[in-house]
Design a protein around this ligand. Structure first.
Ligand code: ASP
Length: 429
């Protein structure tokens, strides 16, 4: 009895004392093995994965709102404008580079070639353009509380910045009543943001168990398929993701005197969390914590660029769109010409901006990219068959692309902070 007791407490103390990342990796590997070996009989563990995702989602809205109010209050509008322009250029340039890398790998490896799903190609359909004016207008919330309640990231960002600015103006007021009131409100938000980060740390203690369950479910349902006949698509997407990480991010960081190895060791927790949750939004609390604590990005920059990036900057999704569009074309036996591939660069960039940071968003928005080059998914068509094949392994592809999506956000935040001279370089040495 006594021995049993000490054995249990031994495990508990090992659990809480050992390195978190090692525990998460153990969960990941065990999850994959158990999922592949046990198949559907392991699906009962799903709720344990859902607990992890729900805990993360619980803190997303507060973490964006509290941190960004404090962040905006510490930036002047002019400086925020500069940060905004820089991050916009970075997000656009890296996304276009991502699609191009995806297309290059897909042209070389030709996933889907020889499948010959059917002779004919479905007739094209005009692309339904999203209404740009409405999308932009929707950034201004008509009801900020409603935006918070619905978790709409862009309207929350807008309101938090306006609110933070007005607090910082008031804090400098000569009238004591106004300045002390604003300072108290700011203090409140600062404390609230810290409390949320404290929760993030607690949630991560549960991560290894959540990770085990999430991965076991994915591998039980789709593992064998991704390794089997669709292995070439999986390989092409993952090679594209790795190339983008090494060339675009490694090169980009090097240009600004930052080391990729140091970056990766500071970002690994967020990268792994994105890998298993398949959601940039759910990973956001970890992404923000890693950027501040490990990469030395000031909250004034991370609190603005990271929520924005989790919503609009998706390089992994862009690579995946390029590869999958070519896969579908190869699979039905009508490879895309140069002009169509140029169209894909444009539509995949827009699609990755439009995709929400939630699991499986990319495969839905892939429909738009396919449409733009005349590959319409119609019931019973060859295109629909090829699309269904991708759908079958989407979770496996989603893990890698989501991980790269948030990596790109962290690289952007680091580079912008470096050019802004506010990056804490002691974290990089
Ligand atoms: N799951 C991805 C993300 O959250 C989006 C996608 O499906 O491509 O970043």
């Amino acid at each position: 009895m006594a021995a049993e007791h000490s054995g249990k407490s031994g495990f508990m103390s090992w659990y809480f004392k050992s390195n978190l990342l090692v525990r998460i990796l153990i969960g990941l590997i065990l999850g994959a093995i158990v999922g592949l070996a046990a198949g559907p009989s392991i699906l009962w563990v799903k709720p344990f994965g859902d607990i992890f995702i729900r805990l993360l989602q619980m803190i997303v809205v507060p973490v964006i709102f509290f941190s960004l109010v404090v962040g905006a209050a510490s930036l002047s509008p002019a400086r925020l404008g500069k940060v905004g322009v820089k991050i916009f250029i970075y997000y656009m340039a890296t996304t276009v580079a991502a699609v191009v890398i995806g297309l290059i790998f897909a042209n070389i490896l030709q996933p889907g070639a020889g499948l010959n799903l059917s002779a004919g190609q479905a007739a094209g359909k005009a692309l339904t353009q999203p209404n740009v004016v409405d999308t932009l207008l929707a950034i201004i919330p008509t009801n900020p509380i409603g935006a918070l309640a619905r978790g709409e990231v862009l309207p929350i960002i807008f309101f938090a910045i306006v609110f933070g600015f007005s607090l910082s103006f008031l804090a400098e007021s000569k009238e004591e009543r106004l300045s002390s009131g604003a300072a108290a409100v700011l203090k409140f938000f600062d404390g609230a943001a810290e409390a949320i980060y404290k929760i993030v740390r607690g949630v991560m203690q549960y991560a290894p168990i959540g990770v085990f369950a999430l991965i076991a479910v994915v591998f039980a349902q789709q593992g064998a398929k991704a390794l089997g006949p669709l292995g070439m698509v999986t390989l092409t997407v993952y090679l594209g993701l790795i190339a983008h990480l090494l060339v675009t991010y490694g090169g980009g960081l090097a240009i600004f005197g930052l080391k990729l190895t140091r970056f990766l060791s500071g970002s690994k927790e967020a990268m792994l969390t994105a890998f298993v949750t398949r959601s940039s939004s759910a990973t956001l609390p970890i992404t923000m914590r890693n950027s501040e604590e490990n990469l030395g990005v000031p909250r004034s920059i991370s609190s603005f660029t990271l929520p924005l990036g989790a919503t609009v900057n998706m390089d992994g999704t862009a690579i995946y769109q390029g590869v999958c569009a070519l896969f579908v074309a190869f699979a039905i036996g009508s490879p895309l010409d140069f002009g169509s591939q140029m169209t894909i660069i444009l539509t995949a960039t827009l699609a990755s901006i439009g995709a929400a940071g939630v699991p499986g968003a990319g495969v839905i928005i892939l429909l738009m990219v396919l449409n733009s080059v005349g590959l319409e998914v119609k019931e019973g068509s060859a295109v629909a068959m090829a699309y269904a094949m991708i759908l079958g392994i989407d979770a496996i592809l989603d893990m890698g692309r989501t991980s790269l999506n948030i990596t790109g956000d962290l690289v952007g935040a680091s580079i912008v902070a470096k050019t802004d001279k506010s990056l804490d370089m002691s974290k990089w040495s």
